[in-house]
Design a protein around this ligand. Structure first.
Ligand SMILES: NC(=O)c1ccc[n+]([C@@H]2O[C@H](COP(=O)([O-])OP(=O)(O)OC[C@H]3O[C@@H](n4cnc5c(N)ncnc54)[C@H](O)[C@@H]3O)[C@@H](O)[C@H]2O)c1
Length: 168
């Protein structure tokens, strides 16, 4: 584990606790792996699935990995779980990766996609703001309205904006 990391001012980076929402996804699982193997930081991993990080959570008979006490998994849906605020309060930083980001779903579940990428994240923003916590929120091209743009009339100025944002 790299313990000698320094910040931009050359000061040693102190270990922090990160509430990582969407930790069980593609980016989250790799980020958890990197944080566990290369930093001293703690992760409160939040997701509805844990398959991609189970190798970090399960301990085999040969003893616990060095990060065993630095990662905890909390299976919860951020839309409606009161435990979320407590986890955000316990952390120094929240990273939100939760979203529907499967292109096949964008056309078949357009409203779910918009909700998951924007509306469902509002409690996360609220709790971070109320508790003065830093938030890193990952975004998606869907917030630019590519999905809803498909349903607007061709001449709609909104459609031009959303397509412009998509292609640029
Ligand atoms: N993967 C990429 O190349 C890429 C590129 C640009 C932006 N992004 C953005 O980064 C973010 C993460 O992308 P990813 O590829 O890791 O996605 P992913 O689908 O692999 O992971 C998202 C995770 O969020 C979880 N999740 C969704 N809704 C939830 C909810 N309500 N409560 C709890 N957990 C929930 C899912 O179970 C999933 O594990 C997304 O916002 C995505 O748009 C990804």
């Amino acid at each position: 584990m790299a313990t000698g990391r320094v910040d931009l001012d050359g000061n040693p980076i102190k270990p922090i606790t990160i509430c990582m929402i969407g930790a069980g996804g593609f980016i989250g699982s790799h980020l958890c792996e990197k944080l566990m193997t290369e930093t001293p930081h703690k992760v409160l991993a939040v997701d509805v699935y844990s398959d991609k990080i189970k190798h970090l959570l399960e301990h085999s008979g040969s003893g616990s990995p060095p990060w065993a006490d630095r990662i905890q998994f909390h299976r919860l849906n951020i839309k409606n779980d009161p435990r979320l605020e407590g986890l955000i309060k316990m952390a120094d930083l929240t990273i939100n990766l939760a979203a529907i980001c499967t292109p096949a779903d964008y056309n078949t579940r357009p409203l779910d996609t918009i909700y998951s990428n924007f509306i469902d994240a509002l409690p996360v923003v609220k709790y971070c703001s109320e508790n003065s916590k830093r938030l890193i929120h990952f975004s998606t091209c869907e917030v630019y309205g590519k999905t809803i743009g498909c349903f607007l009339p061709k001449a709609s100025p909104l459609r031009q904006v959303s397509l412009w944002r998509f292609w640029n």
